[in-house]
Design a protein around this ligand. Structure first.
Ligand SMILES: [Zn+2]
Ligand SMILES: [Zn+2]
Length: 409
């Protein structure tokens, strides 16, 4: 299967879906319209469709005789970002944008499903297309699984997904290890003792303590982690006080830690707590600090055997020169949840950047707008056919593979 095998009407229909979803983005947990549009498409293609699985989750089941079950996962949600692409099909919803390309993934998955319907005499088994809500807040996969995704629709033999990124449109990239890092997000409260700005000796200033904490936390990456290991720590929010002449009672920090192994994440979280407690003690804080984990995602480590099948199908479909290696990124995903109970997964990166933008970025001055940027604008004319082909080819390959080549590793 190659891109030239996509019938014109299938491509046009998938492009229509992309443009529609892009113009009408919805935030995590509020994907009612997006879910309805996808469900309608899946019904048109002959799937048995269930709505409202784990929130606005959509499950389309396409049965084609006995054989393996392959689940294709896409995401429905957009981001609280104000679009600045200037595209004619830009978001019509103020302050909301498909800035992570979930519209592209959904259009590609839907197009791939249509191709699988049209080629159903070449394969046997079941394809389940899952439209997952609330990926950006890392809760949608859990919610669908908790709502009985595998019990109600069957535990799949493999789960496949793709995610676009700033790579040349028309290429795909596969990891040889972890594809994305695991992460922990943490809220911290530092308790000082409020007072008058003119009498700091009578207070314990949590602003100074918080500032020391933020700086000291940087040493977890620069001084406590091996230079060969990839780790990121970002304090994304820091709030304390609201007057220049009042020392506040407390300071609040939110931070995220990312790493490529669970032991490293655990080590970093313990070190964060150690530093915060020690800085509070150094400042003489009257009360111990508080810690609340607000979200967590596992390292995205796809199954080697299923990933190899997907990669082989892509090398055949695109030619090896359009399939590159992915070094792993410090973005995070809740996709690893679908690997619950040893279900094998494959996950690859879909290039989304147009040639002109890619070349302009070569000067090192004009960076390619990345995912989550208000200027993120996939080159849909090249990325969408590649995304449809990548998903259809990989799904077909897994459906047709002898069962011992996709053992649960
Ligand atoms: Zn995202
Ligand atoms: Zn995303």
């Amino acid at each position: 299967m190659t891109e030239t095998d996509i019938p014109r009407d299938v491509l046009r229909s998938a492009l229509g879906l992309y443009l529609d979803l892009h113009a009408h983005p919805e935030l995590s947990g509020a994907e009612a319209r997006t879910a309805a549009v996808l469900a309608g498409r899946l019904e048109q293609d002959g799937c048995t469709v269930t709505r409202g699985v784990g929130g606005h989750g959509v499950v389309g089941v396409l049965r084609n005789g006995p054989g393996p079950t392959v689940m294709v996962r896409t995401e429905l949600d957009a981001l609280p970002v104000t679009e600045r692409t200037g595209l004619p099909y830009a978001s019509t919803t103020a302050g909301v944008m498909h800035a992570c390309g979930h519209d592209l993934h959904t259009a590609a998955a839907s197009g791939a499903l249509t191709l699988l319907v049209q080629s159903r005499d070449t394969w046997h088994g079941t394809v389940i297309l899952v439209g997952q809500p609330a990926e950006e807040i890392l809760t949608g996969a859990d919610a669908m699984l908790a709502d009985g995704l595998y019990e109600r629709f069957g535990t799949p033999d493999a789960v496949l997904a793709q995610h676009c990124a700033p790579l040349p449109a028309g290429t795909v990239a596969h990891g040889r290890g972890p594809v994305m890092s695991g992460s922990v997000a943490l809220d911290v409260v530092i308790h000082g003792r409020g007072g008058h700005a003119g009498a700091p000796h009578l207070a314990v200033d949590p602003v100074v303590t918080a500032a020391a904490v933020v700086l000291r936390l940087q040493t977890l990456v620069s001084r406590e982690t091996s230079p060969t290991e990839q780790v990121v720590l970002t304090v994304g929010s820091l709030h304390a006080g609201d007057r220049p002449n009042v020392i506040p009672d407390e300071a609040r920090l939110s931070l995220s830690v990312r790493a490529f192994s669970d032991p490293t994440l655990k080590r970093l979280m313990a070190a964060v707590e150690r530093i915060v407690r020690a800085e509070c003690a150094a400042s003489g804080c009257p009360k111990e600090p508080e810690f609340t984990v607000t979200s967590q995602s596992a390292v995205l480590m796809p199954d080697a055997a299923v990933s190899l099948l997907a990669r082989q199908s892509h090398e055949e479909a695109f030619g090896p020169h359009r399939v590159t290696d992915w070094p792993g990124s410090t973005a995070t995903e809740d996709f690893p949840r679908f690997a619950a109970d040893g279900v094998p997964t494959a996950y690859w990166i879909l290039g989304a950047t147009g040639v002109r933008q890619w070349r302009a970025a070569g000067d090192g001055i004009t960076p390619v707008p990345p995912n989550h940027s208000p200027e993120f604008a996939p080159d849909v004319r090249n990325a969408l056919p590649a995304g449809i082909t990548a998903m259809a080819a990989a799904t077909l390959r897994v459906l047709q593979a002898p069962s011992d080549t996709k053992g649960k590793t």
